[in-house]
Design a protein around this ligand. Structure first.
Ligand SMILES: Cc1cc2nc3c(=O)[nH]c(=O)nc-3n(C[C@H](O)[C@H](O)[C@H](O)COP(=O)(O)O)c2cc1C
Length: 218
């Protein structure tokens, strides 16, 4: 039997692509390298907490590669030699993959290599939520859970623990955004079936929540 650590190591974010080889292979695209994330600086924590809030109006200004890199690292990057992350996660099993849904397609964040793997070429931002701004904001993060990795628990518990994992990532994103002058909103108003279909999620994978990120327009 594999230990929790072995399960997590063997089934990291790359598992998302393994689960949908036809999609990844048909794209025949390479991973997108991200600049080294800046792991120092930013706003003092208490100041970021003071500014944390949800935003629902975004400009279409894109995020720079450096900002995207810093954001993804803050969200769920590797912060220790053990491979563990900036957010805690259930039973040491890596359940959540962070999908970055942008104008140029859908990418899966690979924390170990700190890169983005191409997943879909289509712009499916409009399908990530039921609010208009999701279609034009530069980035919608979608927190996808691998239900099949959560053994010995009921479907209700799967959803519960995966949602908590996503919530921690979401708060990291909120605080990073507050520190960087970005807007964000964590979202459950999603057509889950439509989004799972658009993302070609296999059987036991499911969307927990989505989160928009961009520069506020108002
Ligand atoms: C689980 C959860 C789901 C949420 N879903 C949505 C949503 O679908 N759309 C939205 O605009 N805000 C959503 N929010 C954001 C809340 O509405 C927001 O955090 C709350 O009103 C407090 O505002 P604040 O974040 O500015 O402090 C959600 C927040 C949480 C924690």
């Amino acid at each position: 039997m594999m230990t929790r650590r072995q399960v997590s190591a063997g089934l990291s974010a790359g598992g998302a692509l393994a689960a949908a080889p036809a999609i990844a292979a048909s794209q025949a695209a390479k991973s997108r390298a991200l600049p080294e994330p800046r792991q120092q600086g930013g706003m003092p924590l208490m100041s970021a907490l003071k500014l944390r809030r949800s935003a629902r109006a975004y400009s279409d200004r894109p995020l720079s590669d450096q900002t995207l890199s810093d954001l993804l690292w803050a969200a769920f990057g590797v912060n220790r030699p053990s491979g563990d992350r900036t957010a805690p996660y259930w039973r040491h099993v890596m359940v959540i993959d962070v999908y970055a849904v942008m104008a140029d397609g859908v990418w899966v964040y690979e924390p170990k290599s700190h890169a983005l793997s191409p997943y879909l070429k289509d712009d499916v931002r409009a399908l990530t939520g039921l609010q208009d701004f999701v279609a034009t904001a530069p980035l919608n993060l979608v927190y996808v859970a691998h239900g099949e990795r959560m053994t010995d628990v009921s479907p209700e518990e799967r959803r519960l623990y995966a949602s908590v994992d996503a919530g921690f990532i979401g708060q990291n994103v909120y605080l990073f955004c507050a520190s960087e002058g970005l807007g964000s909103v964590f979202r459950g108003a999603v057509d889950y079936q439509k989004l799972a279909k658009a993302l070609h999620l296999p059987g036991q994978q499911f969307v927990t929540f989505a989160q928009t990120v961009g520069y506020p327009s108002a």
